[in-house]
Design a protein around this ligand. Structure first.
Ligand code: BJW
Length: 245
């Protein structure tokens, strides 16, 4: 079980591997391609400029897959440990499928966005809830249309080369700094450690005094930064590691 005493803090980073056991495809397992496209070609501003219909097709299929999926014991264990630790817990996820929230996680940062939020690609109207599927038509912004302009809606997702949402990294930094005085554990789960700034969070946490744990099906790119590595499936390891089995 993780060594978290009564006054200790836990910062968790999750990636696609945590949702793999809910049947959601990871990015870099297998051949790392989606219908023969590299993820950078559909999840980037350049991909959007080149072919917005391909991008909406990618995200529509992923919306449908996420709607059909349910949280697994890994998601549930993280929601349970949050109930025990309260404000001494923070979960930052790279996943956009909404499964952590559906499992009950509340102290949650979705650092790459959420599949079920849409925003305008041009105007500053706030992102809105959207379960629409746009496999063969492009959705347009009604607010822009009312003002005589034509603009496409886009998924509220952080693509390659885009900055994270304002305030997210600051919230993680504040948590890590405030945790540093006590016993502090950083736990990364189901992530290849390839994509930054997520892959750099282990260094931030360690600079604040954290002991770093990695739970993953295979060694991660940033694996040498961790103090402990548990190799295996998150849905099996997390309930026991977090003491909620
Ligand atoms: C299991 C399991 C089981 C399986 N149990 N484990 C060179 C150096 C450093 C940085 C850069 C660089 N060149 C470019 C960059 C920046 C770039 C980047 O990091 N690129 C790298 C590829 C090198 N980063 C960015 O662009 C970020 N923005 C940024 O840096 O902004 C700077 C800026 C500042 C100011 C102004 C402007 C810009 C944004 C990154 C956005 C990432 N977006 C994506 C797609 C969108 C979201 C979506 O559609 O879902 O996010 S990419 C994709 O990768 C997705 C994921 O969230 C992300 C991470 O993937 P993850 O979760 O790690 O999944 P996998 O598949 O890689 O790994 C799964 C792991 O699970 C595997 O290891 C399995 O073994 C394991 N596993 N089953 C346990 N059951």
């Amino acid at each position: 079980m993780l060594p978290i005493p009564p006054s200790g803090h836990l910062l968790v980073l999750t990636g696609a591997g945590v949702s793999a056991e809910s049947g959601i495809a990871t990015f870099r397992d297998g051949n790392g391609l989606w219908e023969n496209h590299r993820v950078e070609d559909v999840a980037s501003p350049e991909g959007w400029q080149r072919d917005p219909q391909l991008v909406w097709s990618f995200y529509s299929k992923r919306r449908a897959a996420a709607m059909a999926a349910s949280p697994n014991p890994g998601h549930v264990a993280l929601a349970d440990v949050e109930r025990r630790l309260g404000d001494r817990f923070l979960l930052i996820t790279q996943n956009v499928d909404g499964l952590h929230r559906r499992a009950g996680s509340q102290r949650l940062i979705e650092m790459h966005g959420n599949l079920f939020l849409t925003r305008c690609s041009e105007c500053s109207r706030p992102p809105f809830q959207d379960r629409g599927l746009f496999e063969d038509r492009l959705p347009e912004c009604e607010e822009c249309a009312r003002n005589g302009r034509c603009a496409l809606l886009r998924p509220h997702i952080v693509w390659f080369g885009e900055a994270l949402f304002p305030g997210d990294m600051e919230r993680v930094q504040d948590f890590a700094r405030s945790a540093g005085g006590d016993r502090f554990v950083f736990l990364a789960v189901g992530t290849s450690g390839v994509v930054y700034p997520a892959a750099g969070l282990v260094h931030l946490a360690k600079a604040c005094g954290a002991e770093a744990w990695l739970v993953n099906a295979e060694p991660a790119d940033n694996g040498s930064a961790f103090d402990h590595f548990l190799r295996g499936r998150s849905a099996e390891i997390l309930p026991e590691l977090l003491g909620v089995a």
